[in-house]
Design a protein around this ligand. Structure first.
Ligand SMILES: Cc1cc2nc3c(=O)[nH]c(=O)nc-3n(C[C@H](O)[C@H](O)[C@H](O)COP(=O)(O)OP(=O)(O)OC[C@H]3O[C@@H](n4cnc5c(N)ncnc54)[C@H](O)[C@@H]3O)c2cc1C
Ligand code: FES
Length: 340
């Protein structure tokens, strides 16, 4: 019941534009940075939802962090496009709300004073371009201008079936908040977490994870999941930690060797190729599967149409329609996806 009430309250929230102070920074290697943000006490969001962040202020600081002089860039193209003239992303960049907690939970280095009762949002940022590098340059105490919460969210199962959370590579951010949420609701969970190698996982290890070859071995070694008493199966492409292979191969091996046919629910977040493979596993085994998509986004609120993706639609003549990932997503039912 509390679950349904929370969902109703979150669905009624209108997105706001907020200046969110950075209260802690936690670099995780391989270009990942966890940023903790101070949010108002009435912040409400559920796993899967995202914020759209302005990455344009204080570009001099960004240029300096990259060893450039923002004022002296004579070779910059003389064009009229506003992004070229202003040299920074005008369009906001979407980032999943990775975890939500209270300020008392902020335990990372660089912690600053805060008001009691305020909320803490965590975002996980992988540096891939100008906007994400700008976020990497943000010091504790600076403000991030963000619009949110945006998009829909994962829906927990109504019964007590085992929830299998599958995450890999970039795009993995929502899995941490989803694990927290399902654990709070008392749902049994098992995580499958994949990356290229042991160092490529944006997590904190309690101890060095062991390679297990072709064996599926749930472990408590990942702090973020162990906090919720959720075992995790690690999978790495080079075999340096856990199962050797793709995370979806590890899931397939688990379903083949350990699953007794009891009801399961699959949840996925990660790169498109992983989601596509996960959708295929779910279809092969007849399992329900929700997944969080990443598409290029502009407005984040259903206006610019830049995030359209094909979804099955039996009511349409063609059998499919375009749906907006920012508004009718980012969480989708895997069975509705048309991957092309
Ligand atoms: C709903 C949603 C949630 C997201 N959550 C996170 C998150 O939690 N953490 C995180 O690090 N990133 C997340 N992303 C991706 C993030 O928005 C992009 O990486 C970011 O916009 C890149 O901006 P940039 O200016 O740094 O890079 P750009 O200079 O704009 O692009 C650099 C490179 O990244 C690629 N790229 C840009 N945007 C995307 C995208 N949306 N999907 C895939 N590739 C992209 C470009 O093709 C290019 O190769 C999310 C995207 C969506 C749609
Ligand atoms: S991002 Fe503009 S319509 Fe979806």
């Amino acid at each position: 019941m509390a679950n349904e009430e929370t969902t109703r309250s979150v669905d009624a929230v209108r997105p706001r534009r907020l200046d969110l102070p950075v209260v802690a920074r936690h670099p995780l290697g391989h270009g990942f940075l966890r940023l903790s943000l101070d949010a108002p006490p009435d912040w409400l969001s559920l796993p899967g939802q995202f914020i759209n962040v302005l990455c344009e202020s204080d570009m001099a600081a960004l240029a300096a962090s990259e060893g450039r002089d923002a004022e002296v860039e004579a070779d910059w193209p003389r064009a009229t496009g506003i992004e070229l003239i202003r040299r920074w992303p005008v369009v906001r960049r979407p980032f999943s709300v990775s975890r939500v907690g209270t300020m008392a939970d902020v335990a990372s280095p660089g912690r600053v004073a805060h008001e009691v009762g305020r909320m803490r949002l965590e975002i996980l940022v992988r540096a891939v371009g100008t906007g994400s590098r700008f976020l990497h340059s943000r010091p504790v105490g600076s403000l991030l201008n963000a619009v949110g919460p945006l998009g829909n969210h994962f829906a927990p199962p109504q019964d007590d079936r085992l929830c299998i959370l599958v995450g890999g590579g970039c795009g993995v951010a929502p899995i941490f908040g989803l694990a927290d949420h399902l654990a709070d609701l008392g749902k049994p969970c098992l995580c499958f977490f994949g990356a290229k190698d042991a160092g490529d996982m944006p997590v904190t290890y309690r101890r060095t994870p062991e390679p297990t070859g072709s064996r599926i071995a749930p472990t408590e070694v990942v702090e973020e999941f162990a906090e919720d008493d959720i075992p995790a199966v690690l999978a790495t492409e080079d075999g340096s930690a856990g199962f050797r292979g793709m995370v979806t191969d590890a899931l397939e091996a688990y379903l083949r060797d350990a699953w007794k046919g009891e009801p399961l629910a699959l949840f996925g977040c990660g790169p498109t190729a992983m989601l596509k493979a996960l959708g295929a596993v779910a279809a092969r085994h007849g399992l329900p599967c929700q997944m969080s998509l990443e598409r290029f986004m502009g407005c984040g609120i259903g206006v610019c149409l830049s995030c359209a993706a094909k979804r099955r639609d039996p009511s349409s003549e063609k059998g499919w329609t375009y749906r907006l990932t920012c508004r009718d997503g980012p969480v989708v039912d895997a069975a509705d996806m048309i991957w092309d």
